[in-house]
Structure formats: C-alpha cells, structure tokens
Design a protein around this ligand. Structure first.
Ligand SMILES: [Zn+2]
Length: 281
C-alpha cells in the first residue's frame, strides 16, 4: 500500500494552470489529509509506504516524524513533482538528493525507496535507474507498464525487475492486470475512484492468484478531501480525473484495505529481488 504525498495543486493534471511560483500562496491541505490517512491506517491496522515530496517535508517536518512513528516507511517522491523526462541525469541527481536530505533530516530515517512523479521513468529516461543506484536507493516504484495518455512504458515488465545487471536496485512497477491481449491499470489513482470497486478487487485477485504476485496500490491524500479548493481554469478532462467520486473514496479505500493484507514497500523488496530478472530497455 502506498501513498504519494503531495497537495491537490501539485498534480501533473493541473501543471498548466498552477505554476510552481503560486504554490507558496495556495492554502495547503496535505498535512491534515495525511494525518487523516495515518489515523485511517491505524484504525485498520496496516502499515504503508509514504512516497513524499521533499517540498512537503521541508514545510511539515513534524508530519514526517508522525509518519515514521506510526510504523510506516517514508520514501521519496522527488523534490517538487518535476517529471523525470523533464530533467537530465545531473538535475535528476540534484532533485533526488535534495528530497532525500530533507526527508532524512525531518524523520531521522534513511530513505531507500523512490517513486517518480507521474510514473515518469519510461523509455525516454532509462538512465534514471543508474542515478538511483549510485545514490543509494534499493528500490524504485516508478514505472507504469501500460500505454496511457500522460505516462507509461508499455514494453516494461509487469512485475519486479532489475534494470541494471550490476546493481541490486529493483523496479517494482505499479499494478496492471492482463486479460488476454488487454492490459489495464489496476493499481489505484483515478482508475480506482472512477471504476466500480468490483473491478479493482477482480484485478487484485487475478494478480495475487493467477500471477502469484503482490498488488502495488497507490493513491494521494487529496483524494479523500471533498472540501479541497477547486482549481479554476483547469481543462474539463483534468477536472473529471481529479474530482470524480472523491466523496466516496474513503469508504472504497476502507473496503479495499479490509479485503486484503497490506504492508510497506520495503517489506517486499527482499522477496521481489529474489524473483526479479534483469531487464534492460
Ligand atoms: Zn505524484
């Protein structure tokens, strides 16, 4: 179970209408929403991984301590949600180092996991894995092995792989379900909110029992916040994707969490490393 800790105005879908210079002036909701998730996970008795922006950790260091004190793994979602394919290797290294330093200073924990903003490690950016390995990461969960309008790397394996033959780093892709020739996203985000709950459960059952692998699920703190300020001027498609069924998200999440056993990403790494084959783009 994973949470990508970012605020409602930091999502890729709104980047054309909200610039990074405006972020400091917008009312932040990420702290209260993340606390709500910490409470929800405590009630349901699960631990999870929180892939958090360095930008959020710099503003809410005490929240980082509350995440780890509650038994969760703190991991990196980069500094300010810049997608990997907008950077070169050098600026990517600076981005992940700045984020990791800030997360480590706030939490007192070593950061070992990384999730690229908008699953932006893809065919354009295979060099990113070398940078992650050089900078001490043990795993990444940054690939969506699917064709999608905003992201995706269709050729990548659906399950954990070793992107570098001479490093232990593994990539644990977000969950997809294979149904004949069709491959569908099934790991959370907007799909989970928009599609019927039965689809997600069917997909996770199939991944667990047919593929024999764990499902990697993700969502965001803003997805449980019905009262978040609306972003004016966003395109219709982005608004649909962002706001649909937000009022039903918490109930759906509860049901999902109660139906399956969930844990932290770092708990999977050992087992998945043993199963991972080398795959180079
Ligand atoms: Zn994100």
């Amino acid at each position: 179970m994973s949470v990508d800790v970012e605020d409602y105005f930091q999502v890729g879908a709104f980047e054309k209408v909200v610039s990074r210079d405006q972020w400091d002036d917008l009312p932040c909701r990420v702290e209260a929403n993340t606390d709500r998730l910490i409470d929800l996970f405590a009630q349901l008795g699960i631990s999870a991984t929180f892939f958090t922006l360095g930008w959020v950790a710099a503003r809410y260091p005490a929240l980082m301590r509350r995440i780890v004190d509650a038994g969760h793994e703190l991991a990196s979602h980069g500094w300010d949600h810049a997608r990997v394919f907008t950077m070169d290797a050098q600026s990517f290294a600076a981005d992940i180092d700045r984020a990791a330093r800030t997360l480590e200073d706030a939490s007192g924990q070593a950061i070992k996991g990384y999730r690229a903003p908008s699953f932006s490690i893809d065919a354009r950016t295979p060099w990113a894995f070398e940078v992650l390995a050089e900078h001490g990461y043990t795993y990444s969960s940054s690939v969506a092995p699917i064709a999608h309008d905003h992201y995706g790397w269709r050729e990548a394996p659906r399950f954990a792989f070793r992107p570098l033959p001479d490093a232990d780093l593994i990539e644990i892709p977000v969950t997809t379900v294979q149904w004949g020739a069709r491959r569908m996203a099934a790991g959370g985000g907007g799909f989970f909110r928009v599609l019927p709950q039965a689809f997600s459960h069917w997909a996770i059952d199939r991944v667990n029992h047919v593929d024999g692998r764990p499902a990697i699920f993700y969502f965001h703190p803003w997805e449980v916040d019905e009262n978040q300020p609306r972003i004016p001027g966003a395109p219709l498609r982005s608004r649909l994707r962002h706001y649909t069924n937000i009022d039903r998200m918490e109930a759906k999440l509860r049901k999902l969490i109660e139906t399956y056993a969930w844990g932290r990403m770092d708990e999977l790494v050992k087992r998945e490393t043993a199963l991972a084959q080398v795959w180079r783009a």
